[in-house]
Design a protein around this ligand. Structure first.
Ligand SMILES: Nc1ncnc2c1ncn2[C@@H]1O[C@H](COP(=O)(O)OP(=O)(O)OP(=O)(O)O)[C@@H](O)[C@H]1O
Ligand SMILES: [Mg+2]
Length: 347
């Protein structure tokens, strides 16, 4: 008797430490034992599942039927299901419990949450699909122009030059895309070690403005940088901070018509330095606003592609800023302009 009690206690200890939900039912399909994870799944407490018929517990009949089948045939079945139409996905494994003479005494059902794995698999397949599509577009265009040239267009030197310059810019786009993907994956995989140190964001911003100077003057944009005297340094990896600022300023330039204005403002708030980049550009429609930081998301695909965009810039910005413990935000009004902001810890 003592050993039975001890075994029972040991089994209870094992079951209660399990992350997976476990339900054991008798030959009539009534719950004889369950663990806390299973109670959480069915939103009951303190042995609330005991004595309940398994078919009454399940809104959809699938698991009930699986258990009935196992109780009848003594086999083992697997299935994937959602419970109470929630977004969680469970892999359910039901097996028969057999006595000494191999007769069926009951069934055990184990519920393993596979939601993260399924979401991850879906994200990965979406990502591979997007990348392939993005790589194929410039490649198709390069191939088309090369074929036309070989078919005779290269005899005409003006056409030849024009096609070669398109091929040149498409090749640039391919290498930019690959570079962006590598940046993103190295930050995501934490392979790129972030070296935060005190950095002067004003100096970084000036460097970026100089780099993008030609584009700014080509479009005759008015750019103004406003910051208070004695602004604190920020704690950041200088190269990565530079990438954030380049991406934001590059967007402001790309999506603002000639003659427009761009305002860069840095200020302290609590223990952070907030930097915003506002433009008087095309703006972003409200339904696109929550999505602009997603990989490959572009409001106007054709327009962004024509400008050589990969749609990865803002997702790189978000990753870098968040890997520094900061935040990104955006406000915009269509036709009026947009404001993108990032925060970094002040030193
Ligand atoms: N300042 C802005 N004004 C209007 N739309 C913007 C602005 N910044 C970003 N967007 C929109 O958000 C989308 C995503 O921006 P993101 O920087 O990620 O990609 P991209 O600029 O298209 O390409 P890349 O940055 O790789 O050159 C853009 O395609 C554009 O539609
Ligand atoms: Mg961009």
């Amino acid at each position: 008797m003592l050993s039975v009690t001890r075994e029972y206690r040991q089994m209870q200890a094992i079951m209660s430490s399990m992350i997976d939900g476990v339900i054991i039912c008798d030959l009539h399909g009534e719950v004889a034992l369950s663990n806390q994870a299973a109670e959480n799944l069915f939103l009951v407490r303190d042995g609330g599942l005991l004595g309940k018929r398994i078919t009454d517990l399940m809104a959809d009949d699938e698991i009930g039927m699986m258990i009935q089948e196992v109780l009848l045939k003594g086999n083992e079945v697997f299935s994937e299901t959602t419970l109470h139409s929630s977004t969680q996905v469970y892999r359910v494994h039901v097996a028969a419990i057999k006595g000494e003479n191999k007769d069926i005494e009951g069934a055990v059902a184990v519920f393993h949450d596979v939601t993260d794995a399924r979401n991850f698999a879906q994200m990965r397949s979406d990502f591979v699909g997007n990348v392939s599509h993005e790589l194929r577009t410039p490649l198709t265009s390069i191939k088309g122009f090369v074929e036309t040239l070989l078919d005779g267009a290269m005899e005409n030197s003006a056409i030849c030059r024009r096609f070669l310059s398109i091929i040149d810019s498409e090749t640039d786009r391919l290498s930019r895309l690959i570079e962006d993907l590598l940046t993103l994956s190295s930050i995501e995989s934490k392979e790129r070690i972030v070296h935060p140190q005190p950095v002067c964001i004003i100096r970084s911003m000036r460097g970026v403005m100089n780099m993008l100077g030609p584009q700014i003057s080509d479009k005759k944009l008015h750019v103004e940088f406003v910051y208070p005297d004695g602004l604190s340094l920020v704690l950041a990896d200088e190269d990565l901070l530079g990438q954030v600022l380049i991406n934001l300023l590059d967007n402001a330039i790309k999506y603002t018509p000639p003659g427009g204005s761009i305002f860069v403002r840095s200020r302290m708030r609590d223990s952070r330095v907030i930097t915003t980049i506002s433009d008087t550009g095309v703006g972003i429609p409200p339904d696109s606003l929550p999505r602009v930081f997603e990989r490959f998301y572009r409001v106007d695909k054709a327009r962004s592609r024509n400008q050589g965009g990969t749609g990865l810039g803002l997702s790189i910005v978000k990753h870098i800023v968040e890997s520094h413990g900061g935040e990104v935000f955006v406000e915009s009004e269509i036709g009026k302009g947009s404001t993108f902001g990032v925060s970094f810890l002040a030193v």
